[in-house]
Design a protein around this ligand. Structure first.
Ligand SMILES: [Mg+2]
Length: 303
């Protein structure tokens, strides 16, 4: 089997129909699904995300960092749609090594972020397994019909990113310093996502979870366009390679009409233009005029 994650998602998506009148507005393939309850002024955003020992974290990581990151990843998907978090659910499978102290630490980290972002924990499940595994569900809201999706970019739109890229990949390689903190403690860009939706009129957005090269390709595919980019802001000490292909930065990637006026920063977070959406082969990304391979993190590339 040599399926990419994109191929697998596509295979699953082909088998799923959204029943008309069910309230399902957007299904598989974006940062969140969108559900519209009859007569509601707000749409619901739903996302689910797994965190697995030895894939996403190690037994040696502090439990509270693991709990924080589990929720931060889900909240980042809500941010990517321009939404407000409402609540979360967490299911946790515990390995034999994870005792009550680890569990306490995990929930301490998770609940600290949940309290800060107004996403109370409303339920979940507990089980045992050979490795620790966590599955999180986050539900958010957005004014009806206003969610930022990946498929809204138009030819000629400017492409932007928040922050600097490659910090998480650098941290993972170094295992210490500011970059390591960034890897362990990603910040979901909730306020920025809301600002992009309500003030800037962004046409499309997503969060950078798997690396710019792969995630921009996904945005391009969803919008049926190609992209031309130049060098993005690079996290201090990171390589260009880490900035282009490294995962888990959880910054926002978004598109805007070219004439939109964009502040240089939002609440201290830099916003930088990195390119332009173009007509052309959907999904193709050029960096300084040369095709850019989607080398970002794909769980299934080497399966
Ligand atoms: Mg995402």
């Amino acid at each position: 089997m040599a399926n990419s994650e994109l191929d697998l998602i596509e295979r699953i998506r082909k088998r799923v129909a959204l029943p008309p009148g069910s309230g399902a507005i957007l299904g598989i393939g974006d940062d969140c699904a969108i559900f519209r309850a009859r007569g509601a002024a707000e749409d619901l955003l739903l996302t689910t995300d797994m965190l697995i020992e030895d894939v996403h974290f190690r037994a040696t990581h502090r439990a509270q960092d693991v709990g924080w990151k589990a929720l931060a990843r889900g909240l980042s998907d809500i941010a990517a749609m321009g939404g407000e978090p409402r609540f979360c659910l967490v299911s946790l499978a515990l390995a034999p090594w994870a005792g009550s102290r680890w569990v306490d630490g995990f929930y301490r980290g998770l609940l600290r972020l949940a309290a800060r972002e107004n996403a109370p924990l409303l339920g979940g499940d507990l089980a045992h397994s050979d490795k620790c595994m966590c599955d999180i569900v986050v539900v958010g809201t957005v004014p009806r019909g206003r969610a930022l999706r990946r498929d809204g970019a138009r030819a000629g739109n400017a492409i932007y990113v928040s922050g600097a890229l490659g910090g998480s990949a650098l941290g993972l390689a170094r295992g210490r310093g500011n970059a390591w903190k960034r890897h362990l403690h990603p910040e979901p860009r909730i306020a920025l996502g809301r600002f992009l939706r309500s003030e800037l009129g962004a046409t499309a957005a997503m969060d950078l979870s798997d690396g710019l090269s792969l995630d921009l390709r996904r945005l391009c595919l969803a919008s049926g366009l190609s992209a031309q980019i130049w060098t993005p802001p690079v996290f201090p000490g990171a390589t260009l390679e880490q900035a282009m292909h490294g995962g888990e930065d959880y910054e926002l990637l978004f598109t805007l009409p070219a004439r939109a006026s964009v502040p240089l920063e939002f609440e201290g977070l830099p916003l930088a233009r990195i390119g332009t959406m173009r007509r052309g082969r959907p999904g193709a990304v050029e960096y300084d005029g040369v095709p850019l391979a989607p080398l970002g993190y794909d769980h299934f590339r080497n399966v």
